[in-house]
Design a binder for this molecule. Structure first.
Ligand code: GLY
Length: 400
């Protein structure tokens, strides 16, 4: 009770400071944005059927691009629907999500990708959180079992992609990308649910190895690190989706930030909190970061200030910053929540937030999927939408 009273007093105090200092900013109406998002996703749901996962929209051809359940993004559409059904109380959105889960559940046996965290935890994880039941728990446990088949105990990390010439890893090597930090939340859930520490231990080892080898002294990160599978030694520090091997790809920085916030939440080990704070410092104070805090697609993208921004990196960052703001002292809370508010105000402005019935039914415009591959450039992305909705819901809660 004492703790609860303290927490409430603390929250009211910092929320008061936060509100006072930001009166000069355009007001963010998270409630309105979520209502509009639910209307847009109701429209999006009329354009797809289970098995056709919204991937992106080609505005020039007025054409949708969907995927099957094996694409790394398949969990985001049902996950976003579940968030919106929760926020807005729209039963039809929940029904639509459940129909997609029925198709998605076969991926629990997929051992060919590290993306099972994204695919299954953003979808079934939310379904289980809202309505705990054995059916969802079994899917999540099997997904965690499939994911840890990719763990290499010598390198002490989970293989992201199977080795191939395109990812510069030979048969004796394994590539690990910073994005993989996002798949660890599923493993923490699995240990809590089953009582078996193996999943949590693997997540901790992976996070520690990543902290050691993916980050430079300034807390920017390599996108891809390649390990020798027999010795565990690092053989390459390169990029796949960034501007250069030694640049910092904006979404990679966002995945790293979010990942270490989750690590702190799950372990309460302050080294992860410090890591998250350092990454946040890099993101928020990078010299060419625009005032609206929507990053260029790479912090060292050629052509800045005319380079493209990545709305998805901004949405992931905003969601992570709202959570991180709950773990730090009042000065930093104010900085992180204020930054999240700035990002969300921009992302819900007409420049980024689509009007109902436009943008192929997606919420956010101006995402950058894979610039070097020349795919999904300046376009909507299902994960941009997912983390935007999550960030708005988290933001609503801190202002309650
Ligand atoms: N995980 C792939 C990406 O962020 O584009």
């Amino acid at each position: 009770m004492k703790n609860l009273t303290f927490s409430i007093t603390f929250l009211i105090t910092i929320t008061g400071c936060f509100a006072q200092k930001n009166t000069d900013k355009p007001k963010l109406d998270a409630y309105k944005a979520l209502t509009e998002a639910a209307a847009q996703y109701t429209y999006l749901s009329t354009t797809v059927a289970p098995g056709q996962y919204p991937k992106t929209w080609h505005d020039d051809k007025q054409k949708a691009e969907n995927s099957d359940s094996g694409w790394w993004c398949s969990g985001f559409y049902p996950g976003t629907l579940l968030y919106l059904a929760e926020a807005e109380g729209v039963p039809a959105l929940k029904q639509e999500a459940l129909a997609f889960l029925e198709d998605l559940k076969k991926e629990q046996y997929n051992t060919t990708t590290h993306d099972l965290g994204f695919m299954m935890y953003c979808s079934f994880g939310n379904a289980e959180r809202l309505n705990p039941k054995k059916e969802y728990e079994d899917v999540l446990m099997q997904s965690a079992k499939s994911l840890i088949t990719r763990y290499n105990p010598v390198a002490k990390c989970i293989k992201s992609w199977d080795s191939a010439p395109w990812n510069h890893a030979s048969a004796d090597e394994m590539p690990v990308i910073i994005d993989n930090m996002m798949n660890l939340e599923l493993l923490f859930w699995a240990s809590k649910h089953s009582g078996d520490p193996v999943y949590r231990d693997i997540a901790i080892n992976h996070a520690n190895t990543t902290m050691k080898n993916h980050f430079r002294a300034d807390y920017s990160s390599y996108h891809e690190v390649v390990y020798n599978i027999h010795t565990g030694k690092v053989t390459k520090q390169i990029t796949n989706q960034g501007a250069a091997d030694n640049s910092s790809w904006a979404r990679g920085q966002a995945w790293g930030l979010y990942g270490y916030v989750v690590m702190y939440r799950e372990t309460k080990d302050v080294k992860y909190l410090e890591q998250a704070k350092h990454i946040a410092q890099y993101i928020l104070h990078y010299p060419t970061m625009p005032k609206d805090l929507i990053p260029y697609w790479d912090y060292q993208a050629p052509g800045v200030p005319n380079a493209l921004r990545d709305s998805s990196a901004a949405a992931i960052t905003a969601s992570a910053l709202v959570e991180l703001g709950g773990y730090v002292d009042t000065k930093l809370t104010d900085e992180y929540w204020s930054a999240a508010e700035t990002i969300l105000t921009t992302l819900t402005s007409p420049e980024y937030f689509a009007k109902k019935g436009t943008n192929g039914g997606f919420l956010l415009k101006h995402g950058v999927g894979n610039m070097p591959n020349k795919t999904e450039i300046d376009t909507p992305l299902s994960y941009g939408d997912y983390y935007l909705v999550e960030a708005l819901m988290r933001y609503e809660k801190i202002l309650l």
